[in-house]
Every structure is written in C-alpha cells, then in structure tokens.
Design a binder for this molecule. Structure first.
Ligand SMILES: C[S@@+](CC[C@H](N)C(=O)[O-])C[C@H]1O[C@@H](n2cnc3c(N)ncnc32)[C@H](O)[C@@H]1O
Length: 307
C-alpha cells in the first residue's frame, strides 16, 4: 500500500482507526510499485539452483562481474539478464572466472548487455579508467585505500610498488599531502590507464613508472611509506621492500593467508625482518576481505624501527 492523491486530498494508509483531527475514508489500496532490491528476485533459473546464486557482485563503473558456481555455468545468460534488470546503472555483465598470471588479470566470459570491458569507476570523488580484461582493479579495496591515505603525513615520500591503474597512489596524492608518490607497475596496459588516471584526476604528485618492481626499487631512494599490494606473492618482495623504507617509515604489506595460519604469518614477518637485520613493529593486522572459504586477504602495517 502507498500514499495516494485524490483531488485536493492526500490519503495515508493506516492499519486501524485512531483519535485524530483528520477524517478517515475507506479505500481499496492497489499493490504499490516494489523496487527490485536483488537480482535473485527476478532471475529465471530452476528453483533448486537459486540457493547457489552468488549474493554479491563486483560492480566496476557500469560493468558487473559475477562469480558463478559450476552448477550455474549453463545459466549465465539468465543471471546476466537479471543483473541488467535489477541494477539500472549496469550495462555489461561478465562471469569472473578468476584472476591469474603475473599481471593479475581476470578471465572473463560475457553474459549479457554490451560486450565491452572498459569503463570509468568512480570512488571517493575520483574517476578511474579501468579495463577489466587488461589490468587488475578491485572495487572492494575502496575503504582500505582511504585507511592508508589517511595515515600519510604531509611531505612523505610514498611508493606504491604494484599500483595497477593507480587507485592507492592517486587517492594519496589527492587526499593527503605527500611530496611525491611513485606508482610502479610492469603491465603496459595498466600503465597506460594509470597515466590517464593521473591526468584526469590531476594527481600531479604521482610519478608513474612502467617497470618491474625490483628494477624500480634500485632506482628509487628510500621512502617513508611503501604499499606492497601483491597478495599472492608478497613474501617474495618483503625484504626488498622493507629495505627501501626509512627508519620510522611504514610498510603496508598485503597477503592472502589461511585464517588458521595468521599467527604464524605475523611471527614470520617479524622474524624474517630480524634475520635480515631490520627491526619491525607490527602496528595493525586487518582483514581486508574474504578470499576463499579458508583464506583471507590481510593487511599488515609494519613500522621499521631499525635498519
Ligand atoms: C593485486 S594487483 C594490485 C593493484 C592495485 N594496488 C590496486 O589496488 O588496484 C598487482 C599489480 O602488480 C603488478 N605486478 C605484478 N608483478 C609485478 C612486478 N614484478 N613488478 C611490477 N608490477 C607487478 C600487476 O600487473 C598488477 O597490476
């Protein structure tokens, strides 16, 4: 039921009469328009498969990415159509079949709408050009990027070593007052988007570098803050990254960890640093997102206390 206009009167539906200065009228109320709140309400798949529908999607600009379980593979079109129907801002739908390779690129399968992978994603007032088939981008890290940007002290030298299309680097440059933010990625397609994003967002403090991370570390002076966002193989770069941070500076280290191994990983981070003559204090451990039923994407903020 809903509020209705009738000539000069407005009729408010009530469940029962009560003392009031307003008069009461009896009316038949028509079923009100009910907005679709989730695509699963309009999806045309067999009833027994409905419980397998993913509850969450990644929406990047006007592109929706959905991870379908094997049982729903043959119903991708129906899922895609339902997503288009439920979310008016979505124009393209793809099945996300996992991230892989050195550049952490998603394998995609077109499901519905326009067959286009490039879009502009708006996050905290900034616009990022993204090509979901050519460079990594995750909208789920938006609040993590804010958490890091808020820690940056004016004048800091920051290094975003695995920058992708630049969302950490650009947010830091625009929301904080660093002296410079080096933004490094080895994927030429990501680098092209990064340069565009730096320009469009007028993030003049970002110095974009198309380079392998280790080569970049050799060229860049020590920094006050380093973001190491390569969660699948972060450990390979841990010591090189730590050795590039000034005493008193911070390393933001991300890794996918089995939840049951979290305590071991915290110990490893401290012991491994000590073994290489670097003292570190683990300031923050934070779960950023769920990666799989047993694995979590964790952020570890480590302050370098001795080099
Ligand atoms: C998980 S993504 C991080 C993206 C970014 N931090 C973000 O928030 O969107 C990892 C990035 O590291 C880049 N990468 C992988 N190996 C690299 C290397 N050896 N040197 C430089 N970049 C590398 C990939 O191309 C990819 O863009």
């Amino acid at each position: 039921m809903t509020v209705q206009r009738e000539g000069d009167f407005i009729l408010f539906p009530v469940k029962e009469r009560f003392d009031s200065e307003f008069s009461f009228e009896e009316r038949e109320f028509v079923e009100a328009f009910k907005p679709i709140v989730h695509y699963s309400e309009v999806v045309d798949v067999p009833e027994e498969l409905k419980s397998l529908l993913p509850t969450s999607l990644d929406i990047i600009g006007d592109i929706a990415l959905v991870r379908l379980p094997d049982e729903l593979r043959g119903h991708g079109g129906a899922v895609g159509d339902a997503i288009l129907k439920a979310y008016k801002s979505v124009l393209c739908v793809f099945a996300d079949e996992g991230v892989g390779g050195e550049y952490r690129i998603r394998r995609l399968r077109h499901l519905a709408g326009e067959n286009r992978t490039r879009t502009v994603h708006r996050e905290h007032g900034l616009n990022y050009s993204v090509d979901v088939s050519k460079a990594y981008f995750s909208p789920r890290l938006a609040s993590e990027r804010v958490r890091i940007a808020e820690q940056v002290i004016p004048g800091e030298i920051v290094l975003d070593l695995f920058t992708g299309v630049g969302p950490y680097a650009i947010m830091i440059a625009r929301k904080s007052k660093p002296s410079i933010v080096y933004a490094v990625d080895s994927n030429p397609a990501a680098f092209e988007l990064l340069e565009e994003n730096v320009r469009v967002n007028r993030a003049e403090k970002v110095k974009a570098m198309l380079s392998d991370a280790r080569e970049a570390l050799k060229k860049i002076c020590k920094v006050n803050r380093l973001i190491l966002d390569l969660p699948q193989s972060a450990r390979d770069f841990y010591i090189d990254a730590l050795e590039s941070v000034n005493v008193g500076g911070m390393l933001h280290y991300y890794e996918i960890v089995e939840a049951v191994e979290l305590e071991d990983r915290k110990e490893w981070l401290i012991d491994e640093a000590n073994r290489h003559g670097v003292g570190v204090e683990l300031i923050v451990t934070k779960e950023v997102k769920t990666y799989s039923p047993a694995q979590r994407h964790f952020a570890f903020d480590l302050r370098v206390s001795r080099a």
